[in-house]
Design a protein around this ligand. Structure first.
Ligand code: ASP
Length: 325
């Protein structure tokens, strides 16, 4: 069997499981397309018919607000039918049952599976088994990958900063357990961000050797100094042993981003957070709701990015595959 690839035989994106190994051209193509779906606040959101007749199945086995609803809106705004399911996949990934579930939905003509799961490997496993016309999009896989989040983060930076090469970008907090940080690392290195920093206490740093192109900083103050972009991360309690969870009060004192600390960054720095935020733990409300925050724009951009990804995989499918007559 050939090694798994998220690209089809023509090299076009079929599944989106990871941003690892993506070229800057591949990323920029998706961002360009997403930009076409952005509208000004108050304008009617972008609509289209490019997914008319297509069925998108959202299978989320971990909680989600933004990602699930934005995939749903993205699909609907392009004319697709959407099915939302809360079923367990991960505990059965090695058994037949996961495939029974997927094949059942495939028999109801689900064309795109959007999957979030706490266990590594589920998205790829499903992608390896679906019919040739079906695509799988990751909506967050364990601590490993959250590709559409990485893309929306890149889009947000592009919008506010106009490019990547001259920027200092600091990714701060629980980098170790964060799929957002891993996808951010992959997309920012593809786009050749000027200086990429990971900023975390020892216990929340990824293992040595991971994220080799990022500079490591062990205090918030040193890590955000002169930064153009400060991306704060949530502590992923669900991926830690109880004893390892830091005390909220202590964590805020050392690692919480306050207005005062933000003064160390560049005066026009933007502050990002993937949500959900733990206010007064990793970020003070005065910053989350303050003038540097672009957190709500990230959410807006998430819909545009997911429209772009859905449309791309369906367009690629239509190029390589025509339905039997
Ligand atoms: N919503 C993001 C994720 O699913 C970030 C987080 O949960 O902290 O990974």
């Amino acid at each position: 069997m050939l090694p798994f690839s998220q690209y089809d035989a023509h090299g076009h994106l079929r599944h989106l499981i990871t941003l690892e190994g993506m070229t800057s051209e591949q990323v920029r193509e998706l961002l360009d397309r997403a930009q076409r779906y952005l509208r000004r606040p108050g304008e009617i959101p972008a609509h289209g018919r490019s997914l008319a007749g297509i069925t998108v199945g959202n299978i989320f086995t971990e909680p989600s607000t933004r990602t699930r609803s934005s995939f749903e809106l993205a699909a609907k705004r392009l004319g697709a039918d959407v099915l939302n399911l809360e079923i367990q996949l991960s505990s059965r990934v090695k058994g037949e049952t996961v495939l029974d579930t997927v094949y059942t939905l495939q028999a109801m003509a689900v064309d795109v599976f959007v999957i979030r799961d706490a266990e590594p490997g589920v998205c790829q496993y499903v992608a390896e088994h679906v019919a040739p016309h079906v695509s799988v999009l990751s909506a967050g896989e364990a601590h490993l990958s959250h590709p559409t989040q990485g893309l929306l983060d890149a889009l947000t930076i592009l919008q506010y900063k106009g490019g990547f090469r001259d920027l200092v970008v600091a990714v701060v907090g629980d980098v170790r357990h964060s799929r957002v940080a891993r996808s951010a690392y992959q997309v920012f290195t593809a786009l050749e961000v000027g200086e990429l920093r990971i900023v975390a206490p020892d216990a929340l740093m990824p293992d040595e050797g991971e994220m080799p192109e990022a500079k490591r900083f062990k205090t918030l103050e040193s890590g955000i100094e002169h930064a153009d972009v400060v991306m704060m991360l949530r502590i992923q309690k669900e991926r830690m042993a109880q004893a390892a969870i830091p005390d909220a009060h202590d964590y805020f004192a050392r690692w919480g981003l306050t207005k005062q600390k933000l003064k160390l960054a560049r005066p026009e720095a933007i502050v990002m957070h993937p949500g959900p935020m733990n206010r007064e733990i990793e970020i003070a409300s005065e910053v989350a709701d303050g003038p540097h925050s672009v957190i709500r724009q990230q959410v807006t951009n998430g819909v545009a990015v997911r429209m772009a990804v859905l449309e791309t995989v369906i367009e690629n499918r239509n190029r390589r595959w025509s339905p039997p007559r």
